[in-house]
Design a protein around this ligand. Structure first.
Ligand code: F6R
Length: 364
């Protein structure tokens, strides 16, 4: 039931602090300052490579996870869209772990890729929201998200719950690989435990985001840019907007803009810049300024410090809570989801059932 909400998608966006907390609860031991994963029947410390395979929004969650796994665990990670993975004859070596991410657990391409990886001798880990799904049943290591049923076709709460699980997973591999001190693990756990409150703080900007949406709604094209783990968020933001508002949107790595797409920039293309303060802030802002110099209309999403430093010539700014860079991709999901939601409402589209889309894609 939708309760007081107008759409399931809206309800699911607002559920995120609760469902992310629920999900984290089964992966974190805050008192001990440790992550806790179910024990697989194979030795995770022997894993030599992680291959992440998924589709759509789940694929973008995987892209964020690649940063975390490589950074914390120093294990090489590759990631591919499931529809491409199987057909390029991927090399599968001993010690390979294949990680499949899916809300439904039934996406045909992802399921077929899972079976292909198993046939190739890979260990199979699955991050999935439907515990009775095919993928859940076929996992060697099952990592459930506890987002509850997601009704809106555009995925929102499943995504942030996937990120929560993936952060715990990255931390766990890092520990079993001997790459983390106790103190470092405690710090990660503390930052993750702060995510639900930060999601709440981000949701408090709903009305401001609704205002910004009026500036986006008339656009024909919208660009989203970010760097590092916020680059997949740019793509996720663009996907959300395309899906439910039918506005053409692209997500780009901020540094790639000058290699082509900057030619598109004029004062009719809004650019959403995802730039939490942190190690990548200055570089992202310098890319943003290159676009402003060409007439680009920027909507800067950052924290107070970032907006103070770089918000001056922007069309609009959205102030997010100051968070550790680790959880920024979880928190910055909120403004991109809400922006797409409000634009779609303004445009009068069918938010929960966008044209041409199905909740679960069970054909390849
Ligand atoms: C986007 C969206 C889709 C799904 C994709 C994979 O909002 O919902 O891109 O993320 O179809 O679905 P799952 O995660 O069920 O495998």
């Amino acid at each position: 039931e939708k309760g007081n909400y107008r759409h399931f998608m809206q309800k699911e966006i607002f559920e995120q602090p609760v469902v992310v907390a629920q999900t984290l609860q089964s992966y974190l031991r805050p008192v001990e300052g440790q992550v806790a994963l179910p024990d697989p029947d194979f030795d995770l410390s022997q894993i030599k490579r992680v291959t992440i395979v998924a589709c759509g929004t789940s694929y973008y969650a995987g892209m964020v996870a690649r940063y975390w796994i490589e950074r914390f665990a120093r294990v090489p990670v590759e990631i591919e869209a499931a529809s491409e993975y199987r057909y390029r004859e991927p090399v599968m070596e001993e010690g390979g772990l294949s990680l499949f991410i899916s809300q439904s657990g039934e996406t045909a391409d992802t399921l077929a890729a899972l079976r292909h990886a198993r046939a190739g001798g890979q260990k199979i880990a699955v991050v999935v929201n439907v515990p009775t799904s095919s993928m859940a049943r076929e996992a060697d290591l099952l990592l459930p998200t506890h987002a509850g049923p997601e009704i809106g076709v555009a995925s929102t709460k499943a995504f942030t719950c996937q990120l929560a699980v993936l952060a715990a997973f990255a931390t766990h591999i890092a520990r079993v690989k001997g790459q983390l001190t106790q103190q470092e693990e405690q710090d990660i756990v503390r930052h993750l435990a702060e995510a639900p409150a930060a999601l709440n703080a981000a949701l408090a900007f709903n009305d401001t985001i609704e205002n910004v949406a009026t500036a986006i709604a008339p656009a024909r094209d919208v660009l989203y840019i970010g760097r590092g783990p916020d680059y997949p968020l740019a793509m996720e933001g663009a996907l959300k907007l395309k899906e439910i508002s039918y506005i053409h949107a692209e997500g780009y790595a901020a540094g790639e803009m000058k290699h082509g797409p900057i030619a598109l920039i004029d004062d009719k293309v809004p650019i959403i810049v995802l730039a939490p303060s942190g190690p990548l802030f200055e570089k992202t802002v310098s890319n943003m300024q290159e676009m402003q110099a060409r007439g680009g209309k920027v909507i800067l999403i950052s924290d107070e410090k970032g907006i103070q430093e770089a918000g001056d010539n922007c069309l609009a700014t959205l102030t997010m809570p100051k968070v550790h860079p680790l959880i920024a991709p979880i928190v910055y999901a909120i403004p991109v989801q809400l922006l797409a939601y409000h634009v779609a409402v303004i445009k009068g589209t069918d938010v929960d059932q966008p044209r041409n889309l199905a909740k679960s894609v069970t054909v390849e």
